[in-house]
Ligand binder design. Sequence first.
Ligand code: NAD
Length: 431
Amino acid sequence: MYRFKELLEANADKICALLTEEHGKVLDDARGELSRAIENVEYACGAPELLKGEYSKDVGPAIDSWSEFQPLGVVAGITPFNFPVMVPLWMYPTAIICGNTFVLKPSERTPSSSLFVASLLHEAGLPAGVINVVNGDKEAVDTILEDPRVKGVSFVGSTPIAEYIYTKGTAAGKRIQALGGAKNHALVMPDADLDNAVSSLMGAAYGSCGERCMAISVAVAIGNETADALVGKLSEELKDLKVGPGTDINNDMGPLITEPHMKKVRGLIDSGIKAGAELVVDGRELEVEGHENGNFLGACLFDRVTAEMQIYQEEIFGPVLCVVRVKTMEEAMKLINDHEYGNGTCIFTRDGEAARYFSDHIEVGMVGINVPLPVPVAYHSFGGFKRSLFGDLHIYGPDSIRFYTKRKTITQRWSSTGVREGAKFTFPSHS
Ligand code: NAD
């Protein structure tokens, strides 16, 4: 793992170039993805500490007991298009240090950087067969789910597929963690530092063209005064947003992943207009010179979105931010708690009491307080609530050590006195 980390750093330019060329995200964003990915390799370098097990001496007369964490065997990872470097590294560094072999099935839309990064493990000296990459789509996924040799599967992708993987995988007796889609709300309180909230929202809503599972896609403003100021400042900022090829370092936002996806996002924007939301900033007419057939879409900002609208209910996964106006914090929190997804959320406020109340009572797995993208660092674990996660354990960090191992508990007696006990017919106890 140490050698792998060095190779990732030495090949950073090549990895980020592959990522940007195939996915389209801007180069700086690719660099950010790689650096968060490397954190997971650093975490895995702590293998001896992470796998120490638990030990209790003298649990009974001359009896000691301990738990070991043994590998599951063959485990697999199925990953989405949007983080082809980082999400596989959420999985296999810890799976491998736990003693498993790993089969990665990357997204068929962005396989190149995933494949190249995995090949660096071979260069680092990992024995053949420990990391394997299989390209493909549903057929490859179903083969993995049906093969009895595969004991566990980590999945990251959209909610319908996550649910499918969880249902089919658990029915086949496999251990499954399946992370799904999201609709992440930012709550903007009247006392918030609005300039800070606006610059945070710009990156969180439009970074990577909104194609992030932690992207903020809804801003809930408390009171019309907050909403008016928020919409006004966001509209101003959006005038300077630069959209174009990710390889041009001056751009803030690249293209969407495919033409069908772009059409889906445009369809959702149309549905929002039809439903009566106010499209304050309209990015649909954007043309990028020299790339007229590209999947570019300018940033869009909707105001006066309401809970029954399709643009509020569905994950758009595009550069579209919806502003919802409510009167109270309770109303905002009910809205968030009632939503089917519960991946990430954040609150912008200067009031510590309100922030604590929010983090205590919000039904979401990852919470930011004045932090718009609260993606946990590698030594915590990542996962949502409700239909954003199917399974029990979150991904990477401490939970992943438990996910990729089975606990074996050993109870051992070595008497040093030579005394032997006769047969006992009562249940073993301390006495
Ligand atoms: P996707 O669900 O279309 O694809 C994910 C993986 O599933 C791919 O490897 C794909 O080949 C496979 N797949 C697709 N259709 C399948 C089918 N019918 N049967 C079996 N396997 C199938 O997701 P995507 O479009 O690549 O990624 C975007 C989605 O992923 C968004 O919903 C986003 O929120 C989510 N996502 C979630 C997280 C998270 O941590 N919760 C992180 C990143 C992305």
